[in-house]
Design a protein around this ligand. Structure first.
Ligand SMILES: [Zn+2]
Length: 246
């Protein structure tokens, strides 16, 4: 049992900050790290509209795939329209959780069709604000071949019914003391100088412990372990207390 790390990059879209994304790509390439990139199919969120639309964006995404990066369907338009936390209540806001099955199904269907129309075929999903519910999973099951979700709290991947979950724990790299597979999630659009420096410094020491999402043999993992369920409960209790008055 060892400590392994994964990197996930959120909010790729035609209006992303190309300079910031170029910088993180150079760093990851230097250390031969293959991340999972979440692509917003029909972005309508002003927070991720930082450059004029890039006509070459979809080419760029296909180049990521060609060099072994993985891609994820990252919601539909990235606009949170409910105040639900769903089954992974990191925040009490969601593009999906709390919406009817039919509405979620339409978003997933349109989203995957847009990516497919650009010859992109994601095997992974993660939702804006990390929030989704059982209806989101049902919509993915019905409309896509996606059966892996990057999110939830835990140390190890696990299986629930016909879906696998690869937990996601932090927004920056930290050395983990216990064996597990840990996903660090970055938002290149808004990373500041110190975030880039911290990432490079961590990779210069621990690059050999990073793996790609495709390196995980999911067939080895069964249902969520007892200790991971406990960790998850404690984590959400902590968050409820921390954000109670804010
Ligand atoms: Zn996002």
């Amino acid at each position: 049992m060892k400590v392994q790390y994964l990197i996930r990059l959120d909010d790729a879209c035609p209006m992303m900050d190309r300079q910031q994304w170029g910088r993180i790509e150079t760093i990851l390439d230097t250390y031969h790290i293959k991340p999972l990139v979440g692509i917003i199919p029909a972005n309508n969120d002003s927070g991720t509209m930082l450059n004029p639309p890039d006509p070459d964006f979809w080419d760029k995404a296909r180049q990521w795939v060609a060099k072994g990066w993985q891609i994820a369907l990252h919601g539909y338009d990235h606009i949170c329209i409910t105040s639900c936390g769903g089954i992974n209540p990191i925040w009490n806001r969601s593009e999906f959780a709390g919406l009817s099955y039919e509405k979620q199904r339409a978003k997933i269907k349109e989203g995957i069709e847009i990516l497919n129309s650009h010859q992109l075929y994601p095997k992974y999903f993660f939702a804006p604000s990390h929030t989704f519910d059982e209806q989101t999973i049902e919509a993915l099951r019905r409309e896509t071949d996606i059966r892996i979700i990057s999110d939830t709290i835990g140390r190890w991947p696990y299986r629930k019914d016909d879906f696998w979950f690869i937990p996601q724990l932090g927004g920056h790299c930290i050395k983990m003391p216990l064996a597990g597979i840990y996903t660090f999630c970055f938002h290149p659009n808004t990373m500041d100088e110190s975030a880039f420096q911290d990432l490079e410094s961590f990779l210069s020491k621990y690059a050999s412990q990073f793996i790609g999402f495709e390196d995980i043999d999911l067939s080895k993992y069964g249902e969520k372990r007892f200790l991971d369920k406990l960790l998850s409960k404690l984590y959400f209790l902590y968050r409820r207390l921390k954000y109670k008055n804010s």
